[in-house]
Write a protein that binds this ligand. Sequence first.
Ligand code: ADP
Ligand code: MG
Length: 359
Amino acid sequence: MFLIKDIKLQNFRSHSFTELSTNYPIICIIGSNGSGKTNILEAISLIADKKGIRGTLIEDCIKKDSKDKTIISTTIFYEEKNYKVDVIFESKEEKIKKHLNIDNNKSSLTDFFKDINFVWLTPQMDKIMYEGESIKRKFMDKIISNYNSNYKKNLSNFKKIAEERIQLLKENQDLQWLNILEKKMIDELWNIFIYRRTFVEDINNIIIKKLNNFLKIKLNIKNSYDLDLNISKKDFNSVFEKKYIEKREIDQIIKRNSVGPQFDIFEFFNEETKLNSNLCSTGEQKKILISLILSFILLMKSKNINSILLFDEIASHIDGKNLELFFDEIAKIGMQTWYTGTNKQLFQAIENKAFFVKL
Ligand SMILES: Nc1ncnc2c1ncn2[C@@H]1O[C@H](COP(=O)(O)OP(=O)(O)O)[C@@H](O)[C@H]1O
Ligand SMILES: [Mg+2]
């Protein structure tokens, strides 16, 4: 198991100094509103993610009016060894930056550990199921990036080259260089196109095979260019080469690339009603999100990817009998799981299995 064995927060948000020993598979953090539960999950998420579960500015993490440094210190247990993993917040050129130290050396998580992941579910994420295409795409891009580091590189490479193209369109029209850049962008787009479709297929297969007891859903991916799903790389290249040439003039004016990974649209269907998540009730949308997160966790499990699971205010997503089924399903997966809630009663079904922290 991949575990956070202990965690110490210094001057992080509402926590001046909070130290927890957490060498357990299930941890439930209980406390009233504003007691700092989400802040703890946020601290954990910042080990792996630039912005963490709240997605706010790093500056906001510094405890207000604190004089001392903000540090999140943890001991992580991975493949039979303990590692000291610290998130250090420092001000540089008037800005707050954070970096990771692993065993006291500056490092990145993905360089250090292979195949580890952090998955979270927060009440704010409910909006994904009813908001527009771009929110859904961002969410899926994040999930796929966590799962596949090549995909993350493809997305960031595309962004870098795309910026270069805009710069070039603004400054001069070196056509030869423009052609090269556009070809590079199309190579990245092709990988993104393939990875997204493979991922959707993998998730749908896991749902059919493994997601019992929960609402069956189906993911779909379509594109606004009506590309054939079985399109060859050669045809893909020629479609996009033409598009980029067509858009040069307009892109120069609008100062952005109108052709990019945004051509894909993700959809989530309730398999019982066959309705798109956009048309479902709030309750159904929550169920779709739970099914999606669960199937993603099951997919990681099937690929032996180690993960830590963070479920903030789990009772706001799921209730009653389904909550018990959820606890069971997650316990079977066997990854370290952190729950938060306002009272212990919610966790009655796992009272004997979980370690409780009262804030
Ligand atoms: N930078 C900060 N400095 C001090 N307190 C903060 C900071 N950011 C948030 N807080 C406080 O943290 C508390 C919220 O903590 P949170 O973890 O969201 O509570 P909950 O237990 O409800 O999840 C609020 O009282 C808020 O004012
Ligand atoms: Mg909270």
